[in-house]
Design a protein around this ligand. Structure first.
Ligand code: ATP
Ligand code: MG
Length: 267
């Protein structure tokens, strides 16, 4: 999945990234789902190991346009994982108290502790995306945030946090279909807001904002992946693969008992 990694300091043009791509994966959806099931099992074991070892902290950041699939990704990638070991933090429009503080205040409170895996459903990146597109703060303010975010993430990384960031890449046509599906299906309608249509009109502005995010904030210690996300099965598979590979790379070990338990027999 290395082809989806954004190398630090590269200029990203999203029109050059194919949202329908399924990479080297020739087997199609059925094979993809079978592979995902295997990966989900691996993730279950790795997460338990991580919890037991109580050493590493893992942060997964998900960003996407509306209907991009953040919720679906969380549901399917963490399907098998023990809910006690994973936490999802969702960042909605800030409250009054949050607005009274710097934009990283609410975010820092939610970062993972030792042995914990946290998924950010939206994140501090909203403060250079929606905030920029809607001019909630002037360019002098959001313009400084790319460096601030890099420094914030560097601090987390240097203090033992493994960070993975995924941009779920869909196109305008796919969003049209997914929004229409939400309208047509009474069980999905609750997700639809008229405001989503206003946001949709701002698609080009959002793409520009995302391109800046991806170009300026993909680092060695907190890389971005651009995940082709028109095909949901491939999106899930790609993210799961990166996550499993990364966790395997941590070389985690079950801790030794602090006491000598040799020869202890339960009566
Ligand atoms: P989602 O669309 O993520 O699945 P949702 O539909 O349940 O979530 P919404 O209220 O539509 O909930 O989404 C959260 C909204 O909060 C988004 O429109 C997002 O842009 C906005 N938001 C998040 N962070 C900020 C921020 N820092 N400043 C302004 N708006 C923000
Ligand atoms: Mg929404």
């Amino acid at each position: 999945m290395k082809q989806y990694l954004v190398k630090p300091e590269t200029k990203v043009k999203l029109s050059k990234w194919d949202p329908n791509d399924t990479g080297d994966f020739k087997g199609g959806k059925e094979e993809g789902l079978a592979k995902l099931e295997k990966l989900n099992g691996k993730l279950e074991t790795l997460q338990e190991l991580m919890f037991a070892e109580h050493k590493h902290k893992v942060l997964v950041v998900l960003q996407a346009m509306d209907t991009g699939g953040k919720d679906g990704t969380i549901r399917r990638v963490f399907d098998r994982v023990n809910p006690a070991g994973v936490r999802v933090a969702s960042f909605k429009a800030p409250t009054e108290e949050e607005l009274d503080h710097d934009y990283l205040w609410r975010v820092h409170k939610q970062v993972p502790g030792k042995g914990e895996l946290v998924v950010f459903n939206r994140s501090h990146y909203e403060d250079v995306l929606v905030v920029r597109v809607h001019n909630y703060v002037p360019p002098e303010v959001w313009g400084k945030r790319f460096d601030q975010i890099n420094e914030f993430e560097r601090t987390l990384a240097e203090n033992g946090t493994t960070i993975l960031k995924f941009y779920l890449h869909i196109d305008l046509d796919e969003q049209k279909e997914r929004l229409q599906a939400r309208l047509d299906d009474p069980t999905k309608r609750w997700k639809f807001r008229l405001g989503d249509l206003e946001e949709r009109k701002l698609w080009p502005e959002y793409m520009k904002a995302f391109e800046d995010v991806l170009s300026k904030t993909s680092t060695e210690y907190a890389p971005w992946y651009i995940i082709p996300a028109n095909r949901k099965w491939f999106r899930d598979l790609a993210i799961s693969s990166v996550l499993v590979d990364t966790l395997e790379g941590l070389n985690m070990k079950y801790p030794e008992s602090e006491e000598n338990l040799d020869g202890v027999v339960i009566e």
